[in-house]
Design a protein. Structure first.
Length: 318
């Protein structure tokens, strides 16, 4: 082994590297969990630090295994090696998942197909079946903050423009296909609308209204904002205009109740439900499970035989 390689080996096989790395990664992981930033755990620098920590742990194990065997015996060495192997498997699983897994947060709209980059299929929400609890059955509870009695998303997956699979997903009952999970959100529900805007010449224009992205429309020479009020249960759209630094209401558009602004008319078009959903792939899950099993087995092995050997030593001394 060359001089540089020997120095590098001693450096990586030292606790002076492993412990600061462990502390740094623990702190970053805690911060990333308290202030959720899912992309953090897929960044190259985070995965790179994990890789260096794993390599350091491997070299420490190789360097100290003979000493453990000599001082504490075979059973202690087996326990330590198994525990360290479990940690290495977990680290490898996290790195593998960081490079190959993905997680997307999307909104699925009834009757529309949603394309997610990298997915081998297109997700179409055919129907969203919602059943609410009755307020009279729970008079003291805020039902808007609770899960629905029923919230089933009927999905069709399309490949090459053709139906490939059909399934039903709900919060707590995700749909899984080819390792990819589709999990509807509990509270991200509502309505999407279409506005039919008719100008003075009778020309019609359809404007989609999404709660997460209210559109700006020019009516009567001024720009107005259309805001859906579907979150309150009413299928209505409020038209707002800027008045200084505030927004002033110009009126509400509802089914059968168009609104006239200047020479333009605004009517309510198609109304459909939407649901938020998480679409993700976690290929590292079985690896993490096996790594955890190895760590647990190594710890049990180590402490069981350590306790047994101490009891034997005590009896022999007596």
């Amino acid at each position: 082994m060359s001089g540089f390689a020997a120095q590098l080996f001693r450096l990586l096989a030292s606790l002076k590297i492993a412990i600061p790395l462990l502390v740094l990664l623990t702190g970053v992981t805690i911060l990333g969990s308290l202030f959720p930033t899912p992309e953090l755990f897929r960044t190259k620098w985070y995965l790179g630090l994990l890789g260096i920590l794993g390599l350091s742990l491997l070299l420490i194990t190789i360097q100290h295994a003979p000493l453990i065997l000599k001082r504490k015996g075979r059973n202690a060495m087996i326990g330590v090696i198994t525990t360290h192997l479990g940690i290495l498997v977990v680290i490898a699983g996290v790195i593998y998942g960081g490079f190959t897994g993905f997680r997307h947060e999307v909104r699925l709209i009834e009757g529309e197909a949603t394309i997610i980059p990298g997915l081998p299929f297109v997700i179409q929400l055919d129907e969203l079946l919602i059943e609410e609890y009755r307020q009279e059955d729970f008079p003291r509870m805020n039902l808007a903050a609770l899960p629905k009695k029923q919230q089933d998303s009927r999905l069709t997956l399309l490949k090459n423009g053709r139906e490939w699979a059909a399934m039903i997903a709900a919060p707590g009952r995700p749909a899984r296909v080819d390792g990819i999970t589709i999990l509807p959100a509990i509270n991200d529900l509502g309505w999407v609308f279409e506005l039919i805007v008719t100008d003075a010449l009778g020309r019609e224009k359809t404007v989609p209204v999404r709660p997460w992205s209210p559109p700006l429309i020019t009516l009567g020479g001024q720009q107005v904002m259309a805001h859906g009020k579907g979150e309150t249960g009413a299928r209505e759209i409020e038209i707002l205009a800027r008045d200084g630094e505030q927004l002033a209401s110009l009126g509400v558009v509802a089914e059968g109740r168009p609104l006239t602004i200047g020479e333009a008319s605004v009517a309510l078009g198609t109304v459909r439900r939407y649901t938020g959903a998480q679409v993700y792939d976690r290929p590292q899950e079985p690896i993490l499970v096996w790594g955890s099993v190895l760590m647990f087995a190594g710890l049990v092995w180590h402490f069981y035989f350590r306790h047994r050997d101490r009891r034997r030593e005590g009896k022999s001394d007596a």
